[in-house]
Ligand binder design. Sequence first.
Ligand SMILES: O=P(O)(O)OC[C@H]1O[C@H](OP(=O)(O)OP(=O)(O)O)[C@H](O)[C@@H]1O
Ligand SMILES: O=C(O)c1cc(=O)[nH]c(=O)[nH]1
Length: 475
Amino acid sequence: MSFAETLNRAIARNNSLLAIGLDPNPELLPPGTDWLAHLQAIVEQTYDRACAYKLSLGLYLAQGAAGMDLLTQVLAAIPDDMPTILDAKHGDLNASSYVAETAFATWGIDAITVTPYAGQDAIAPFLLYSNHAVFVLCHTSNPTAAEIQDYPATRSPDIEPLYLEVVRAARGWGTHEQVALEVGTTDPAVLAAVRSLAPERWILVRSLWSLADVSPLLKAGLDRYGSGLLVPAPVDVLAGPDVGREVAALNETIAQSRAEATRAELRCELWQPDVCLLVSRPHQQLILQLFDLDCFLFGNFVQASGERFAYYIDLRKAISNPEVFQLMLHAYAELLRPLEFDRIAGIPYGALPTATGLSLYLQQPMIYPRKEVKAHGTRRAIEGHFLPGETAVVVDDILISGKSAIEGAQKLEAAGLKVRDIVVFVDHGRGVGARLENCGYKAHAVLTLEAIAETLLAAGRINADQHCALTSEIA
Ligand SMILES: O=P(O)(O)OC[C@H]1O[C@H](OP(=O)(O)OP(=O)(O)O)[C@H](O)[C@@H]1O
Ligand SMILES: O=C(O)c1cc(=O)[nH]c(=O)[nH]1
């Protein structure tokens, strides 16, 4: 089960957003006990009142080899259905693969905190473990950190602070299930700014020394479903004599604020005239994941046809996320299964990885028409083996004018193959299906641009202008 699923289940099971720290902090060991007994007792008393456990690697490392033993023993004491977060603030590119393997594969930790300054390269090895997650450090409450994280707003108040740029970058590094954010603050405005830029991400809040008035922070940081936030239990509560009772009281306080925030939010949503909760949106998760990978871009883009649109759909990014790419391949495969064909022909370059994946998944041979014939070697126009008279199904990523798919199909036909069907992930609409039909081909698409636009708007990922950019003049 993925980190996100385990976390969602724990939140629902215990009606809790509390992340409990399990740390051998030398200042906080109650007299007359040892670390293992103390931390095990916290687990026993909070297991049905929390949604996650967080372990600070530095405090275990500080105890040397004994600390490493303690870490594995504490992890063993945590039930499997409770997600674990290793607070490592990892940021060393050279060690990322090894740390990911040890944390995720050896220790069985579910998520890890990382620093953003070594960029996506340093995060990527963690994301290869598709059931695990990273929390990217965006903001801390250390007073001197303002010099860096608030730059250049410290000097030019009109310019956005760096920590918000970190949020933007992190959203491009992976899906919302794999890339979450860590925000240390007691200032609701900071949390609100992060939440408005990242409505779909998990946020791990830090630096709450008291939950006396946690309500404004919850209001600022909860997502639109009243979730999406992990709230730490203050450390003095965990060192106190009655951890279970105090954590239960904290949980109650948070649950109340959460219920109030959710009620307020729901009231607005239910009154929106164009929201129908019963509408089922096929491939909704996949569309949202592609959005989170920045596959839907807004601006002013020249298309292959020379036209200019206010958006660009870049499905090529999906190949770098195996989990999302696999979901795309499954969706393509559903369209291909009922069709009759002997070869799968990918249109270069965008659809070559797709055709390769489908060929392996469906166990059907692949070929491809070259973009340009080389002046050396075999000078083939079509790569791969085929027999004249066989049928090829054309696979492309997107139909805009249809030119690439039609030209590819015609090259295959010129080599003696038959082509009936062209299967794409996105049909841009605006008459391209009819254009293919005029050339004797039938278009099949996993998604229309309209379905993408509706799903993104309903999920709050795009605004009305962006929706309009995607849908205007759709025929
Ligand atoms: O329907 P159309 O107007 O032809 O546009 C769609 C085509 O454009 C893109 O390819 P592009 O030419 O950008 O090349 P690439 O796949 O090699 O990146 C895309 O991969 C489609 O093949
Ligand atoms: O070249 C284009 O027209 C084009 C390609 C692509 O992948 N996405 C898109 O929106 N347009």
